[in-house]
Design a protein around this ligand. Structure first.
Ligand SMILES: [Zn+2]
Length: 182
């Protein structure tokens, strides 16, 4: 496996982690080359570009304020696993009309990934770490969902394709709208 880093990327200290994570997630045959980048426009976010995954190429970009650690690397690679083996791609175009639905779908995918990594006893973000972010987002967007319930219902859940994730997302979104009307 080959790793290429952009000039502004902090020294290549993640090589071993990436190699081990690919092996543990059974992705070694699918990912031959990884490009690591710092992308100023991402802020506190990370992004995976699977555009060239068929050719074995993966681009992982991190915002300048992201703490790049083991947990994050496993998390991002688990999304790659979903993209390759479950045909789950987080495509923002799916819910172009409503940013809040996009965000909900992103959360559902994150909790699915983190819970499954936990089951596999691999590095992962914990429920309590995620709870903080989710409470913050629900507050910001004035969502009436119960964060703890939301986590319990999606933690480690397996989805077999994007349609299923979309369906799940709309289920939560409807709950939300119903509450608003009450
Ligand atoms: Zn994620």
């Amino acid at each position: 496996m080959k790793i290429v880093t952009s000039k502004n990327f902090p020294e290549n200290k993640f090589k071993e982690t990436l190699k081990t994570a690919l092996e543990k997630l059974k992705l070694s045959r699918n990912v031959k080359k990884i490009c690591l980048k710092i992308d100023d426009s991402l802020g506190e976010d990370a992004n995976v570009d699977y555009g060239k995954i068929k050719e074995g190429k993966l681009i992982l970009s991190f915002g300048p304020r992201v703490n790049i650690n083991k947990k994050l690397i496993y998390h991002e690679l688990a999304h790659v696993y979903d993209a390759i083996f479950n045909k789950i791609i987080f495509d923002k175009k799916i819910f172009r009309e409503r940013k809040v639905i996009q965000e909900l779908m992103g959360l559902i995918l994150n909790l699915s990934v983190d819970g499954r990594l936990e089951k596999m006893k691999l590095p992962h973000f914990s429920k309590s770490e995620r709870l903080k972010d989710i409470v913050k987002l629900f507050k910001k967007r004035k969502l009436s969902l119960n964060a703890r319930e939301f986590i319990d219902q999606t933690w480690g859940k397996k989805y077999i394709n994007s349609e299923e994730v979309k369906h799940e997302t709309l289920k939560f979104y409807k709950k939300l709208k119903k509450k608003e009307e009450d």
